[in-house]
Design a protein around this ligand. Structure first.
Ligand SMILES: NC(=O)c1ccc[n+]([C@@H]2O[C@H](COP(=O)([O-])OP(=O)(O)OC[C@H]3O[C@@H](n4cnc5c(N)ncnc54)[C@H](O)[C@@H]3O)[C@@H](O)[C@H]2O)c1
Length: 272
């Protein structure tokens, strides 16, 4: 039986980037708590796969192919969810990262990295938050929005400057939107992970580098997608009922040490 203290049973939860990684894990976790999950991804086949997995386990889910950096597509997403489920209770702004941009210091940085990082992380968060908030306010839903930032937004992010700046923006915007939506009873919070042990990390980083990253973390292991999913669930649920405008570090204690954040292999060399 789902625990009533969590309060997510039957709630409509929209998760962006639900096709893989953290979003996929979050979709599974919310479904396990009885939520109706809307799996959103620019890759429609991945979104379908996430929704089918939940349905196969007896849960309720729908898939929507959406590029969350495009205003008209985000509007269509909100309309599709409202038509199917009648409300949006929780919105999870998980899409982020910086695509295929080449890490570089400011001396060599290509403007396309800047534009891509701001679009993927900040613009998407703004567009979806606005759509979620409007849907909630119009229907009197006292919902929750959870943004996903990164430890890169907390400290200098050498060679990944645009990504760090965008994630710092996500954390700051979380506070502003929380203040703006508080009178409507809508909570807005943020989860900021350290490097996550996603299949993508496994494929792109050597085992040596992953071990080095794990060793820098006080809990002596990498952050798993499930760790982040549980932090997101906490911020979306009744367990955090009096918490708003906050960023929860999901980093195994890394941010409380003087260690620098573990670096991706392709961004590490400038650190010496
Ligand atoms: N992976 C890490 O090490 C790490 C560390 C800290 C923070 N984060 C943050 O966690 C979040 C999830 O990271 P991840 O590594 O699981 O994600 P990911 O890069 O693996 O992508 C997740 C999904 O997002 C989809 N997607 C990408 N662009 C999209 C768009 N414009 N519209 C809709 N869907 C889109 C992809 O198709 C993919 O299925 C991101 O915000 C990321 O910045 C990740």
């Amino acid at each position: 039986m789902a625990s009533s203290i969590i309060g997510l049973e039957g709630k409509v939860v929209v998760i962006t980037g639900a096709g893989q990684g953290v979003g996929r894990s979050a979709a599974r976790t919310f479904a396990q708590e009885g939520a109706k999950v809307v799996a959103v991804d620019v890759d429609g086949a991945l979104a379908e796969e996430a929704a089918r997995e939940i349905q196969a386990a007896g849960g309720e889910a729908m898939a929507v192919a959406t590029d969350v950096t495009k205003a008209d597509e985000v509007e269509a997403l909100a309309a599709a969810v409202l038509e199917r489920f009648g409300a949006i209770d929780v919105g999870v702004n998980n899409v982020g990262n910086f695509g295929r941009s080449t890490p570089a210091t400011i001396l060599d940085l290509d403007i396309s990295f800047w534009e891509n990082a701001i679009s993927q992380n900040l613009r998407s968060t703004f567009l979806c938050s606005q759509a979620f908030a409007r849907a909630m306010v119009q229907r009197g839903v006292r919902g929750a929005i959870v943004n996903v930032a990164s430890m890169s937004g907390l400290r200098a992010s050498v060679r990944l400057g645009p990504y760090g700046a965008a994630k710092a923006g996500v954390m700051h915007y979380t506070q502003t939107v929380a203040a703006e939506l508080a009178p409507h009873g809508i909570r807005v919070n943020c989860v900021a992970p350290a490097s996550i042990n996603t299949p993508r990390a496994q494929a792109s980083q050597s085992q040596e580098r992953l071990q080095e990253m794990a060793n820098a973390i006080p809990l002596k292991r990498l952050c798993e997608p499930e760790d982040v999913a549980k932090a997101i669930l906490f911020m979306a649920s009744d367990l955090s009922s009096f918490i708003t405008g906050q960023t929860l570090m999901c980093d195994g204690g890394l941010s409380i040490t003087s260690a620098r954040p573990p670096m991706r292999e392709d961004a590490a060399e400038a650190r010496g």
